[in-house]
Structure formats: structure tokens, C-alpha cells
Design a protein around this ligand. Structure first.
Ligand SMILES: C[S@@+](CC[C@H](N)C(=O)[O-])C[C@H]1O[C@@H](n2cnc3c(N)ncnc32)[C@H](O)[C@@H]1O
Length: 274
């Protein structure tokens, strides 16, 4: 059966909220169906109801597949341009100046999808901030979805993905062709690391970062979760560090301790010193 029953939908709403904090509003029944039918086929079951039964039984493989399928992994190179201009023109020059003695930087792409966001940062650093070549620079990408984290690690992209925002100069400089795929240079891939990480669950002990990109993920959460995630992100930012959000996202009205700084067509959020 191709449709999700009202009971399936209600169960999946609760399941997804619990596992990912993603809010599935009442009008998203079509989304459940389009996203889960391929999972039904892949797992050789008859219906979405069978998937729900498998989750209720505690089938971890189906749980992971359903969470993966229900995440929206839309991304592109240098997405929205303006945040990368802000990195180029304000954030990185400031951080380079203030860390000149430490010679360390840590940058976290906290909902990295298939990696284009973090790889864009890595190429920006390599091509325009050559002073950093001798620094210790930690480029960390994390996401809830197992599938996208595995894809990000490969550094391998289709022509369609490459066509979404990658400047030709960077394609020529940093990619090689392998059959139908475009694979990022080892010099870039070796500088980034990707891990599974659920923003909505308790976080393991972790380092502090100079920049956190938390872009186009808060939009899926309810206000309580947005607030909680932003509080914890602030706790992981070094004083004076920068938070970059998606175009439709802000810290305003949710958490204190960030100073919004307009830069060109965007706003970055700087963690206050105290
Ligand atoms: C629309 S993509 C954004 C990718 C990238 N940041 C960008 O702006 O292009 C949203 C990502 O958030 C991830 N996500 C959703 N809920 C999450 C959670 N609770 N913890 C971590 N990542 C989550 C999804 O798997 C998806 O890859």
C-alpha cells in the first residue's frame, strides 16, 4: 500500500521528533509517502505500515533508513554566497589576526549534509588564506544522517552536484574525474573529517570552535529545540568566535550572548566575550 495511514503518520511524527527533533507538521503526509516508498522497496516490505511495525519491533536498520530518508539534505557549494563572503572578508581575517600566536583554528559544519559546505570552507582557506597552511586547522563536519556522512567522506560528487555553485576555477584546481564522478583532491579531503552527530541528543565532550556553521537545520526544529541547540552551540564557541546560520535563521529572540554583525548581504553572530 503506497499511502501512510493516519496512525502510521502519527507514529512517525513522534518517532522522528524523538530521534532527530525534526517536526513533521500535519501537512507533510505526502512527504512521508514520497520519502518512505523507496525505503519500503529497498527493505522488501509491502507498505509504510510494515516499516512502522519494524520500528516498533526495534529494527535498527529500518530506524536508521527511515530517519535518513526523512532528513532534507539539500545543499550546494558556497551556498547563498554571502556567508562565504563574510568568511572571506571579516570572519577569517579577524580570526587569523587574533590567533596569530596560537596558530590554530577549528571550524565545525554542524549539519554538513554531503559535505559541500565544509569542502567549500576548505577550498576557500587553501586558495585565499595561504598563511594558514602551516597552522593547525581542524575542519569538522557532522550530520545526523548516516548516508550523507558516508557520502561526505568519499569526497565524490556527480556532475549535477558539481554544477550547483562550484566555480569553474575551483573545479579545475581541486577535482579529478573518475568515470562519471568528480573527486575532490586528497590535499583537501585529508584536511576534513566527518562524523555522525545528533544535535538534538546530549553531546559528547568536545573541543571549542572558532567558527560554527549551523545552517539550514534549525528551521526543522521547534522553538524549544532551536533554543537548546543554540545554547549548546554558544557553549562550544570560543569567546569572540562566530556562528553562521541559514538565511531564514537567527539567534534573536532565542538566546543571549551573541552579537549580530551585518556583513554585506548577511549577518554573522559573534559570541560575546564573557
Ligand atoms: C538542508 S541540510 C543543510 C546542509 C548545509 N548546512 C547547508 O546549509 O547547505 C540539513 C541537514 O541537517 C541534518 N539534520 C537534521 N536534523 C539533525 C539533527 N538533529 N542533528 C544533526 N543534523 C541534523 C540533515 O540530515 C541534513 O543533512
Amino acid at each position: 500500500m503506497t499511502t501512510a495511514t493516519a496512525e502510521d503518520f502519527q507514529y512517525l511524527q513522534g518517532f522522528l521528533l524523538d530521534r532527530s527533533a525534526i517536526v513533521l507538521s500535519e501537512d507533510k503526509q505526502y512527504l512521508v509517502e514520497t520519502r518512505l516508498l523507496p525505503v519500503v522497496q529497498r527493505h522488501g516490505v509491502e507498505s509504510i505500515t510494515d516499516l512502522v511495525r519494524a520500528i516498533r519491533r526495534g529494527d535498527k536498520t529500518v530506524e536508521t533508513a527511515v530517519v535518513d530518508a526523512m532528513t532534507t539534505n539539500e545543499t550546494s557549494w558556497f551556498r547563498d554566497a554571502a556567508p562565504f563572503d563574510a568568511l572571506r572578508n571579516l570572519v577569517l581575517p579577524e580570526l587569523v589576526a587574533s590567533n596569530v600566536t596560537r596558530r590554530r583554528l577549528a571550524i565545525w559544519s554542524a549539519a554538513c549534509s554531503t559535505g559541500q559546505e565544509l569542502y567549500s570552507v576548505a577550498m576557500l582557506l587553501d586558495s585565499e588564506f595561504s598563511d594558514l597552511a602551516s597552522w593547525r586547522v581542524d575542519l569538522h563536519g557532522t550530520d545526523l544522517s548516516t548516508t550523507v556522512v558516508q557520502r561526505a567522506r568519499t569526497g565524490s560528487f556527480t556532475a549535477l552536484e558539481i554544477n550547483r555553485g562550484l566555480p569553474a576555477t575551483l573545479l579545475v584546481r581541486y577535482f579529478r574525474r573518475e568515470g562519471a564522478q568528480f573527486v575532490i583532491a586528497d590535499s583537501i579531503r585529508s584536511r576534513v573529517r566527518f562524523e555522525l552527530f545528533n544535535l538534538a541528543r546530549p553531546w559528547p565532550p568536545m573541543q571549542d570552535y572558532d567558527v560554527i556553521l549551523l545552517r539550514n537545520v534549525l528551521i526543522y526544529f521547534d522553538v524549544e529545540t532551536k533554543r537548546d541547540v543554540l545554547e549548546r552551540v554558544r557553549g562550544r564557541l570560543r569567546p569572540g568566535g562566530f556562528l553562521l546560520l541559514g538565511t531564514a535563521e537567527t539567534t534573536r529572540g532565542l538566546v543571549d550572548g551573541f552579537r549580530p554583525i551585518p556583513v554585506g548581504a548577511t549577518t554573522v553572530f559573534r559570541r560575546e566575550e564573557s
